[in-house]
Design a protein around this ligand. Structure first.
Ligand code: GDP
Ligand code: IMO
Ligand code: MG
Length: 431
């Protein structure tokens, strides 16, 4: 099994590259996260955004698996599946869902909103998809799993969980109807949609013990690509806690989230943008709150694929990237969105942080959330070239080659793939 994951704060372009690499694999498998993810694919002039479905779904010959480590919202899944069916995707054939994947119920979403509201200006900036409450119930051994929808007492189990959630909502003094972000909600209606979606899934989907399916696939000598969601700097253990998501986005998450042993892991593809973005709260040492940041946002269309929020933009942060490379044991790097830097005369790359006491470090300090880190930059020349017609290595502008080499030298891992446009075809193998 090979693993592809984001090395920054998400939205590195994972969907695009999984779709690009998919023909080399038998199975594409999601292992963590849920509808907080938004993975964009672009081919034949059409853009597709996937939230819970693996990015191999548009290739008929490929098996797609939603693993046990994922938290699934049936309502969102139903919408995604219905949209795919209308595009001719045979979901029963092309998608298998782990019975052990946890369910996001409507009250998880309300608790997410209540918790964020209570945090005031310390809010995480959650996507409000119910991710954290659903993972809390998983760890608290109270959650429901998607395989449970097949059980005759599912609605009783649901009511039990809902009763627990209602006490939490009372604690927050959060009503069961009202508005979230100017959108009206009503728990009774949300539940109606939920149970309709559950019925749809029962009729249309294939539920499996995916750990057996995946290990059998490997046993038969077929290849699996595990598709990460979010990014390493949002990892529950290693991200800038508490400004993180609620799952292990790093490489070990692929093993627990699919039931595949570490001994079966082959390549680890680490994917990063040629600059940096973050959506939601939390530290971002190289953030640019100026016209350069605005320019990156405008050219890179840096608006969330799930929430539409403007993404914060900044220069590439190499100490953070090296941290992610270390945590994941990355064997190959893929650099994305190089084209966004096409018109920059000079490009900064952060190589070290200066701490408030003057100390200089290239490590991620524990106090990253509580103390400002001043980035120390190396300035490189921009390539000032349109990359639109880049088709071979010998067309690579010298300044871009220097940029790539600088990053490789720092990280001690080769950059094997360069992406210079959102379309499938705007991708170049570098070695
Ligand atoms: P993911 O969550 O990692 O799959 O990334 P998103 O889909 O949330 O965000 C990446 C965005 O960048 C999407 O809109 C992609 O279509 C787009 N994209 C991916 N690669 C490139 C690239 O090389 N250049 C440009 N300009 N856009 C890209
Ligand atoms: P993909 O897979 C970027 C961020 C949120 C918030 C924090 C916690 O598309 O790269 P959560 O909803 O998980 O409780 O939010 O994590 N976040 C993402 N940022 N890309 C994502 O997914 C994200 N999923 C969650 O913005 O800061
Ligand atoms: Mg995304």
């Amino acid at each position: 099994m090979d693993i592809l994951l984001g090395l920054q704060w998400g939205d590195e372009g994972k969907g695009k590259i999984v779709d690009f690499l998919a023909p080399h694999y038998h199975t594409i498998a999601r292992f963590q996260g849920g509808p907080n993810a938004g993975h964009t694919l672009h081919f034949d002039g059409v853009k597709h955004v996937l939230h819970q479905i693996p990015s191999g779904i548009f290739r008929k010959e490929i098996n797609n698996v939603i693993g046990n480590g994922v938290v699934l919202d049936p309502v969102i899944l139903r919408k995604e599946l219905a949209a795919l069916q209308s595009k001719g995707v045979d979901i029963r054939q092309q998608l298998q869902i782990s019975k052990k994947a946890q369910i996001i119920v409507p009250t998880h979403r309300l608790i997410d909103a209540a918790s964020e509201l209570a945090k005031g200006d310390k809010k995480i900036g959650s996507t409000l998809k119910g991710i954290s409450p659903a993972y809390q119930d998983k760890i608290g051994r109270a959650g429901l799993r998607i395989g449970d929808i097949l059980s005759p007492d599912f609605s009783q189990r649901y009511e039990q969980l809902k009763a627990k959630h209602l006490t939490t909502l009372q604690f927050y003094n959060f009503p069961t109807s009202g508005q979230i972000n100017n959108q009206p909600y009503e728990l009774a209606l949300m539940e109606h949609d939920f149970f309709a979606a559950v019925e749809f899934l029962k009729n249309e989907c294939t539920f499996v013990n995916s750990e057996y399916v995946l290990n059998q696939t490997l046993q038969e000598g077929k290849k699996i690509l595990a598709e990460g969601a979010q990014g390493s700097l949002l990892d529950i253990d290693f991200g800038s806690y508490p400004f993180v998501t609620s799952s292990n986005t790093t490489v070990a998450g692929a093993c627990t989230g699919l039931g595949i042993a570490p001994t079966k892991v082959g390549e680890v593809f680490g994917i990063f943008k040629a600059y940096a973005t973050r959506v939601g709260g939390g530290p971002f040492p190289t953030e640019l709150n100026d016209e350069i940041g605005e320019k990156l946002r405008a050219i890179g269309h840096e608006y969330g694929a799930t929430t539409g929020r403007a993404r914060r933009c900044g220069w590439l942060d190499l100490p953070a990237l090296r941290y992610a490379v270390m945590l994941n044991g990355v064997t190959q790097l893929f650099m994305m969105k190089a084209d966004v830097l096409n018109t920059f005369e000079e490009i900064n790359i952060c190589t070290h942080y200066q701490l408030p006491n003057g100390e200089v470090t290239d490590e991620m300090p524990f106090e990253v959330v509580d103390m400002p880190l001043k980035p120390i930059y190396k300035t490189l020349k921009g390539w000032n070239t349109n990359l639109e017609n880049l088709h071979s290595l010998d067309q690579l502008p010298a300044a871009l080659a220097t940029y790539i080499r600088f990053i490789e030298d720092y990280l001690q891992v080769p950059i094997k793939l360069l992406s210079y446009g959102s379309d499938r075809k705007d991708t170049l193998h570098l070695a």
